[in-house]
Design a protein around this ligand. Structure first.
Ligand code: SF4
Ligand code: SF4
Length: 474
């Protein structure tokens, strides 16, 4: 990414002669913008929020469809129940998320930041509330500069009241992913547990602070992705770029013939692209790390180009190479398939396929065989050799199941304890197991044997575990 083409002013020295190295925050009042990309952004705001706020209310087989029950150490997602032993799936899911981010960043830059990041989404929602109450950019600047009076207090109180309500609802929804949300509702406010109340307030406060107050400061100073994403950029990555060759020299004047006669480029220097920018930068100064790729400046500039009768696209999605070498759109598309993208894409496809296959083939039964350390081997009244074990059987399905147990690995090896047992839904049960074998078949020492557990209602639910059977020294 190019270095910022601007100089950050050093703060003037204070009374004691000290100079601050920190840039004083300029309050940004972004202007509302409409257009193709704004519509996409609002579409994603709607989609992500319908999913976020709606998901905890969905039911599946009489329970919450998506619930991360930390107390019971079970995660429910639709018909699947995940246990701590399933952490491998979470690890692979994180890998899929990471490689998706790498891939999309390499291809299209900060798509995530501009359209789907919670910071962008909640800031859009909070700014929408702000505009409805305080008006658009100019009205808000005037209101902020006006002395405090009844009308200003009323507007500010209404805005913050709605922001706080929205933030608390967000915190409540977040906690609803970890505690059944239908049980949380009647508990509000005094029946909430301490931790639930803490997390609702904490998450709500973070939402209110980040989307209402901090806004672009989160992207500029707090978000680690903004710092390392440039490592995934290359000259063929899509960026939001101002076409300097076409736009400069900038200057006022509307008719394209007049502009040519005056030696002007297409930028009419209206400043609209700066006014709509949520991070307050001027994209005409080149690509800057503050740019979150929201494309508001594209919509604004296209609007201006339409008004003055010039072609759209003075600010547009392009690449550094395309701007420099004047690539056509087809060439830009062709260069998407470059080695870095193919490597990220192949790894992502392989990991995703592996995860899907593993989930499809996942058996809702886990078994641990633990040898009884108290008695390694003994001779029973019939003269046979007996070994004792304990089975830890985890029924990860959501129905009661009866399992049959059998053993093999030595001639005549039999199960001397109960050969079937029942395990309630989503429960772990400890089952004692005794194996016996005829003495003539068991030489002194250790022998590899196998224990098979099979669900009686579904033979595909089947686990085969190996263990050892000890013979007696005589
Ligand atoms: S420069 Fe354009 S794309 Fe970048 S943050 Fe500002 S408005 Fe959004
Ligand atoms: S919106 Fe377009 S025409 Fe207006 S200042 Fe920005 S780049 Fe120039």
């Amino acid at each position: 990414m190019n270095a910022p083409d601007k100089v950050i002013p050093i703060q003037p020295a204070g009374d004691d002669g000290t100079v601050s190295l920190y840039e004083v925050r300029r309050r940004i009042h972004p202007r509302a913008v409409t257009g193709w990309f704004a519509a996409w952004r609002w579409g994603l705001v709607a989609l992500t929020q319908v999913v976020f706020y709606g998901l905890p209310w969905l039911e599946w087989s009489g329970r919450q469809a998506v619930l991360f029950d930390l107390g019971a150490r079970k995660f429910y997602i639709g018909g699947l129940v995940f246990w701590p032993q399933d952490v491998i799936y979470l690890t692979v899911l994180l890998l899929v998320a990471a490689y998706s981010l790498f891939l999309f960043t390499a291809v299209a830059g900060r798509l995530w930041c501009g359209y789907a990041c919670p910071q962008t989404v909640y800031t859009e929602m909070f700014m929408w509330v702000e505009r409805r109450i305080e008006g658009d950019r100019v009205a808000r600047i005037r209101l902020d500069a006006a002395p405090m009076g009844a009308a200003k207090v009323a507007k500010k109180a209404a805005k913050h009241g709605i922001w706080i309500a929205l933030a608390l609802w967000t915190g409540f929804t977040f906690v609803g992913y970890f505690t059944p949300i239908r049980e949380l509702v009647p508990a509000i406010p005094f029946g909430l547990g301490g931790w639930s109340a803490f997390w609702i307030l904490f998450y709500g406060f973070a939402t209110y602070g980040n989307a209402g107050w901090m806004r672009e400061q989160v992207c500029k100073y707090m978000c680690p992705y903004a710092r390392f994403q440039s490592a995934m950029f290359d000259p063929d990555t899509l960026i939001i770029a101002y076409d300097r060759e076409r736009g400069e020299p900038r200057g006022a004047g509307s008719r394209s013939q007049d502009r040519k006669a005056k030696g002007l480029g297409d930028c009419v220097d209206c400043g609209l692209c700066v006014q709509v920018c949520p991070t307050g930068i001027d994209i005409r100064n080149g690509l800057q790390y503050e740019c979150i790729g929201c494309a508001a400046c594209i919509d604004a500039c296209n609007y201006v180009m339409d008004k003055v009768g010039l072609p759209r696209g003075l600010i547009r999605y392009s690449t550094e190479q395309a701007l420099e070498k004047h690539y056509a759109a087809a060439t830009i598309w062709k260069r998407v398939f470059r080695p870095r993208v193919l490597v990220y894409g192949s790894i992502l496809a392989a990991v995703t396929a592996g995860l899907v296959v593993a989930l499809v083939l996942r058996v809702p039964l886990k078994v641990d065989v633990i040898r009884d350390r108290g008695s390694l081997a003994r001779e029973v009244e019939t003269g046979w050799i007996e070994n004792a074990y304990r089975l830890q059987v985890m029924n990860t399905s959501e129905r009661v199941r009866v399992y049959a147990v059998r053993a093999e690995g030595l001639p005549g090896l039999t199960v001397a304890s109960q050969t079937s047992f029942e395990v309630p839904a989503a429960t772990t049960t400890s089952v004692p197991l005794r194996l016996q074998a005829p003495p003539a078949e068991v030489a002194p020492g250790s022998h590899r044997v196998y224990i098979e557990i099979t669900a009686q209602d579904d033979a595909s639910i089947h686990v085969r575990e190996k263990t050892t059977f000890l013979g007696l020294r005589r």
